[in-house]
Design a protein around this ligand. Structure first.
Ligand SMILES: CC(C)(COP(=O)(O)OP(=O)(O)OC[C@H]1O[C@@H](n2cnc3c(N)ncnc32)[C@H](O)[C@@H]1OP(=O)(O)O)[C@@H](O)C(=O)NCCC(=O)NCCS
Length: 175
């Protein structure tokens, strides 16, 4: 991560040339991400080279919930019988020029850290994604997400699993 920096999308970021190969993901970043943030329906975070404005990748988070009866039964045994509070990893993409350098994984890790911080303030049980295709679903499975029953492109990862994978950066002081 040394040469890269992840920050909330701002006016100074250049996203005009962003190309990940999926037009809807490119267009969202270029034309909608800022608007959605102002309306507080989602928040987008971008990765750039340190000191540069060109966006090389991004992810978007929004509040979400998963119907109890869609949750994997083995994970819902001790949960209350109502919608499961979650965060939606609504979009994630890396520019074609920057693929295979670990940026996608770094963005997932950064999203997980933000979810852990959020989870200190409100109940968040899992992170939820809607994979666009089989390849995206494989990417998320590689990052320990598991598919919802009968919905191979809807995947979740419990926050308890994230805590095992990624300890919080700033644990709350004890006492
Ligand atoms: C999916 C995507 C974000 C991956 O970005 P990337 O920067 O090339 O990925 P990374 O280099 O960070 O790879 C991280 C790890 O995931 C693995 N990986 C990458 N793409 C994968 C895929 N499609 N399936 C399975 N594993 C994959 C890598 O091998 C790597 O493994 P490692 O940590 O064991 O070395 C990128 O290909 C992309 O933007 N695709 C188009 C948009 C898209 O499909 N977004 C997904 C959300 S719908």
């Amino acid at each position: 991560m040394g040469e890269f920096h992840i920050a909330v999308l701002g006016d100074g970021h250049d996203r005009s040339g962003f190309t990940c190969g999926v037009p809807s993901l490119d267009n969202f970043l270029r034309t909608q991400a800022g608007q959605h943030a102002r309306k507080r329906v989602s928040r987008t975070y971008v990765v750039t080279r340190k000191g540069e404005a060109t966006v090389l990748g991004y992810y978007t988070l929004a509040a979400d919930s998963i119907p109890f009866d869609e949750f994997p039964p083995e994970l819902s045994k001790k949960l209350p019988f109502h919608d499961v509070p979650a965060v939606l990893l609504a979009r994630l993409a890396v520019d074609v020029s920057a693929r295979g350098k670990g940026l996608g994984g770094d963005l997932v890790t950064d999203a997980f850290r933000r979810v852990l911080l959020l989870g200190d303030a409100v109940g968040v049980h899992a992170v939820h994604v809607h994979a666009l295709d089989d390849s995206a679903a494989a990417f998320y499975r590689h990052h320990q997400f598991q598919p919802l029953p009968d919905q191979p492109q809807h995947l979740i990862i419990p926050v308890q699993t994230i805590l095992r994978l990624i300890p919080p950066l700033d644990p709350a002081p004890s006492g």
